[in-house]
Write a protein that binds this ligand. Structure first.
Ligand SMILES: [Fe+2]
Length: 304
């Protein structure tokens, strides 16, 4: 059973810019580079959770999902294989790079790579924020944060992510612009959301949640010192109650920087359908209206 979003990896021609962006603006901590020169950032005592690999173009590389232990990893791999999913075991080199004890990976129906792992390395008391902050990031048993993918077919995606992978529906937001489903694997309202974008597959944003509202506010102030666009203004979501702002990054994806997200309890949680994503705010900026929403690529089909 998947229990957390553990880490993510992207590729980017501007990987080096994450050293300043990731620390001075986001507040993450720079950790030693990966073997390929990847910029690696920690947001807690887990050795690193965000890797930006040098690459010729922006691409989403992998989502790392944590399972409890070795027994669960083997059981989950057997479960996936029983549903016809091709699963590959990580070799020792990959385990060393990801700093995990065991790893297996597979792709979703559109080629998005997911890694399952257990035993990710942590160094107690190692984390300090990359800029002055009142507190740190909300992680712990809620994992890294949440990620949002664009998928061409939300029903087909739901079959894979729910029926096979076991993500639990938190709620839906549907209107003439959105068809989005939100899924939890722990107390965090959602660790994954899927947004329908016919003919496309992509990675929209990574959400990081800070413990103190002041650290969200200070990040907004610091935007003046960074060449970063606001994509959606400060606002508050109807479903996870997150107060957040969406900003650009050097690498196509957006970062949702939030405070005050809701936690869910499976014993009492009932999925709802909303038509509005936000109580207030989250207005698309002029820049956001001219750009693709994240690292998005047209789907290559057999016909073309
Ligand atoms: Fe989000």
């Amino acid at each position: 059973m998947i229990q957390e979003l553990s880490y993510i990896g992207i590729g980017s021609p501007r990987a080096d810019e994450w050293r300043r962006y990731g620390t001075g603006l986001i507040g993450a901590m720079l950790t030693p580079d990966g073997p390929d020169g990847a910029v690696r950032l920690a947001v807690d005592d887990i050795n690193y959770r965000i890797a930006v690999h040098p690459a010729e173009k922006n691409d989403f590389r992998y989502a790392g999902w944590g399972v409890a232990n070795e027994t669960d990893l083997h059981a989950f791999v057997a479960h996936l294989e029983s549903h016809g999913v091709a699963v590959h075991w990580g070799d020792p080199q990959l385990l060393r790079e990801r700093q995990v004890a065991g790893l297996a990976w597979f792709e979703d129906p559109w080629g998005i790579r997911h890694e399952l792992s257990w035993g990710k390395a942590a160094t107690p008391l190692s984390f300090s924020t990359g800029r002055t902050m009142r507190g740190g990031f909300v992680t712990g048993d809620q994992g890294l944060g949440h990620i949002v993918f664009q998928v061409p077919d939300i029903e087909k995606a739901n079959e894979f992510y729910v029926d096979i992978l076991g993500f639990r529906l938190s709620d839906r937001i549907t209107n003439k612009h959105f068809n989005v489903r939100f899924y939890h694997v722990n107390g965090r309202h959602h660790s994954l959301a899927l947004s329908e974008f016919p003919g496309h597959v992509g990675f929209n944003h990574l959400m990081l949640e800070v413990e103190h509202m002041d650290d969200l506010g200070r990040m907004i102030d610091l935007l003046d010192d960074h060449d970063v666009d606001v994509m959606q203004s400060l606002g508050r979501h109807t479903n996870d109650l997150m107060t957040s702002v969406y900003i650009g990054s050097p690498s196509g994806l957006q970062i949702e920087y939030g405070y005050g997200g809701l936690t869910v309890d499976d014993l009492s949680w009932i999925a709802r359908t909303y038509t509005r994503p936000s109580y207030w705010g989250h207005k698309l900026s002029a820049v956001a209206k001219t750009q693709l929403p994240g690292i998005v690529t047209p789907l290559v089909t057999a016909e073309n």
